[in-house]
Design a protein around this ligand. Sequence first.
Ligand SMILES: Nc1ncnc2c1ncn2[C@@H]1O[C@H](COP(=O)(O)OP(=O)(O)OP(=O)(O)O)[C@@H](O)[C@H]1O
Length: 269
Amino acid sequence: MGEQSPQTVVDMNDLVLQRDERTILNGASLRISGGEQWVILGRNGSGKTTLLEMMTGYMFPTSGTVDVLGSRFGECDVREVRKRIGYISQSLIEKLSLSDPVWEVVATGEYAFLRFYQEIPEQVRLKAVGLLHEVGLGAAALQPFGTLSQGERKKVLLARALMSEPELLIMDEPCSGLDLYEREKLLLETEKLASRRMTVIYVTHHMEEIMPMFSHVALIADGEVIAAGPKTEVLTPEVLSRAYGLPLEVDWSYGRPWLKVKPESGGIK
Ligand SMILES: Nc1ncnc2c1ncn2[C@@H]1O[C@H](COP(=O)(O)OP(=O)(O)OP(=O)(O)O)[C@@H](O)[C@H]1O
């Protein structure tokens, strides 16, 4: 990994991704160090999920380098690195079995499997049930996964991701589709992660989900990282208005940023 410091968790350098005629990533670079907690923001289609797929080794760039947890993708066994990464995304929910009991869905996280085809060791079952209790779903352990609400499924995914005690937890819009109450409960669970000494990378469209635990923000636009750094430096009206093409104001309350759209100057560009 060359001259990088050992505590660099993610180092993405000058990533370009070409698909057919399109340039999806256009020289994106991002460095995340241990002890930092990051939020990634950007408009639809800006390249956020593509960056996450590269961080988890599911996609490879046309050019540029990706180092995660001390390994360079393309020169290491990606599956070994993936065992140290938790990934929460809607596409993962769709791959899980709706008929399996909830505790079993959680237990698969121990091995990064989607389903079990062999006996599950007792200590793994107990760990899964314990984590379900931690996210407030202990009572649902025996229910089929498909009977849970959307919000409950997201929490199951969180418990599943924690089974392997990942060093890096990547959350792609974990609160999408949740009502206000479910969203706040999931955010509180996410906040507890900060005390587990793991690095969290959290993608969202909603500024108010940037809880006090998050220290840094990256803004993606047209396949480039247009701003990245401590959150108070990135979440300014100037930077956000430029990124979203809207006249915006940011209010900080309870340690969280809340966005307001100013009616003057013509609104949407
Ligand atoms: N396999 C592919 N082939 C062609 N284009 C792709 C492919 N994968 C992604 N794209 C395009 O790349 C762009 C970035 O997609 P990506 O999913 O990373 O955006 P995003 O920032 O996560 O968007 P959203 O906020 O809508 O989820 C999109 O315009 C998408 O259509």
